[in-house]
Structure formats: C-alpha cells, structure tokens
Design a protein around this ligand. Structure first.
Ligand SMILES: Nc1ncnc2c1ncn2[C@@H]1O[C@H](COP(=O)(O)OP(=O)(O)O)[C@@H](O)[C@H]1O
Ligand SMILES: [Mg+2]
Length: 273
C-alpha cells in the first residue's frame, strides 16, 4: 500500500509546488512508483513546473464526475505519474473537493508514494487533501511567522488524523536572524528532513522557455542536492546522491581532477552511474 503524503505550509510562496515536483522526481529516480497530484485545485500550477500544462483531462473533471481517475493520470518525468488540476477558473467554480479522499484512496494501491501538492493555509480544499493523506510534510521558511503558520498547519493535520512526519525548511540563506534548524525542531517537535538553500537555479529552471524541473536540469545545484537527500530519507534509502555530470565548467573540471586521482578509465571521467 502506498504512502499518501500531503505537502502543506502556512502561507503560499514557500516552495510547496517546487518541492513536490522535485521530491517526486527524486523518488522516481530511485526506482519508486510515484504519483504527484495537484491538489491545489484553485491555483493549480504543478503542471507548469512539470511542463505538462496541456493535459486535457484533469482532477477537476474527475471531481465533477465527468471523467475517470485513469483518464486524468499522465506519464511524467523520470517515470512518475501525474494528476494535474485544471487551470481554468470556469471549471474550478463548479468543483467540489469532497470526493478527493475517495479518488486518492483508489490510486493508493498503485503507487509507493502519492504526493499531494496543497494550497496554502488551512482552508477547505487543504483540509480535504490532508484528510486524504496518511502523513504530512510541512514546508517552512526559516522565519518566525512561517514557523508559527506551520505550527497551525501541524495541529490541523493532527486533528484530521494525518501524521506530521517532518519539516522541510526552504529558502535557507544562512543569514543572521534566520531561525536555526535545532530551534525549528524544538518549536515544532518534529525532525527537519532537509534544509533547502535559496538557489537561483530554481527560478532559472522555471523561467526558461521550456521549463524543466531542477532535479532533471540541474541535479548538482545546492537545492537539488538537498531535495535528493530528503527523498532518500523519506524512502529510508541511503543518501548516495550522485555527483552529476555536465554541471558547468567548474564541476566538470572538478570531476575530471577527481577521476585522475581516483584513476578511472578514460571515457568514464564524468560518469555518474
Ligand atoms: N529554494 C529555492 N530557491 C529559490 N527560489 C525558490 C526556492 N524554492 C522555491 N522557489 C521559488 O519560489 C516561488 C514560489 O515557489 P512555489 O513552489 O510556487 O511555492 P508554493 O507552492 O508554496 O506557493 C517560485 O517562483 C519558485 O521558483
Ligand atoms: Mg503551490
């Protein structure tokens, strides 16, 4: 039976959608069966990050009873499956998230992980998604207001019977005034699964003409490395995050130097396998 994990936060803009996409791809790259569901049915944008915005049938149609679950599941990157939400406001107005739980229940047996990208806050659609989950992953920034919001989200999840399993601290800049990992753990009484640094590459990958998730386009960038480690922890796998090839001049050079010292055969200098 698959694990259904809702990614929630207090406010928007903390990186839930970015983390959902990249965590899902990282899990899929480790050979796990993953389905990402865009449960942010009002402000759906997971499909944009995955560059899969042209999916004709969506979770909206399934919630409306106008399509089957299978019709709304698509092949995504790295072998994962993806259930988008519709981008049209027109459809959203007619949608009721009440049937989300039964939809998620029906796909659970097919996957190792079902990740639900949730809306911000604790409004009805978020509550439905959390109720459909077994576990929640809290996404926070290292600031007091964000941690306070996340505490409310944690309590809400517990009341709905979903287990908070940890915090992923995003946008970490290691600046003065940021709340430290240990203090966040103490305040929320939960483990920090990963601290993900602020990384310009995240925005760059979404702004390029053909968006490609960070884990695929820049697997060696600091945020991608942190997310891959979080995925390994989540799945209980060793965190053997590979040094990727083609990471620009400097790391390519470093790889070559390393291969000279390690005496790898010619032709495998950049090999990450
Ligand atoms: N670690 C990071 N470093 C830099 N930018 C980030 C990082 N995480 C997310 N972002 C950017 O922040 C914005 C909000 O992220 P998003 O995932 O949409 O948040 P949410 O889903 O919580 O609203 C996006 O433009 C995204 O590219
Ligand atoms: Mg989002």
């Amino acid at each position: 039976m698959g694990r259904v994990i809702a990614l929630i936060s207090g406010k928007g803009g903390v990186g839930k959608t970015t983390i959902t996409a990249n965590l899902g791809i990282a899990l899929a790259k480790r050979g796990l069966n993953v389905c990402l569901v865009d449960a942010d049915i009002a402000m759906a944008n997971l499909s944009l990050i995955l560059n899969m915005q042209n999916s004709p049938i969506t979770l909206h149609d399934v919630l409306l009873g106008e399509a089957t679950v299978q019709d709304a599941i698509y092949d995504g990157p790295a072998g994962l499956k993806f259930m988008p939400s519709g981008l049209s406001l027109e459809n959203y107005r007619r949608v009721d998230s009440e049937r989300l739980q039964s939809i998620i229940e029906s796909i659970r047996p097919l996957f190792d992980f079902v990740l639900l990208d949730c809306a911000a806050g604790i409004e009805k659609n978020v509550m439905e998604a959390v109720s459909a989950s077994d576990e929640v992953l809290l996404i926070a920034m290292p600031t007091s207001p964000s941690i306070a919001d996340v505490l409310k989200a944690k309590i809400t999840a517990q009341r709905l019977g979903s287990k908070p399993i940890g915090i992923l601290v995003n946008f970490v800049r290691a600046e003065k005034g940021e709340i430290k990992k240990d203090d966040i753990m103490k305040m929320l009484e939960l483990p920090v699964l990963a601290t993900v640094p602020y990384d310009d590459e995240v925005r760059r990958t979404t702004m390029q003409e053909k968006p490609e998730p960070l884990i695929l386009s820049r697997p060696g960038s600091p945020a991608a490395v942190a997310i891959q480690k979080a995925a390994a922890k989540l799945a209980g796998l060793p965190a053997n995050v590979e040094a990727p090839s083609g990471e620009g001049f400097l790391s390519g050079l470093l790889n070559r130097i390393a291969s000279i010292f390690k005496g790898k055969p010619k032709g495998q200098e950049n090999g990450s396998a």
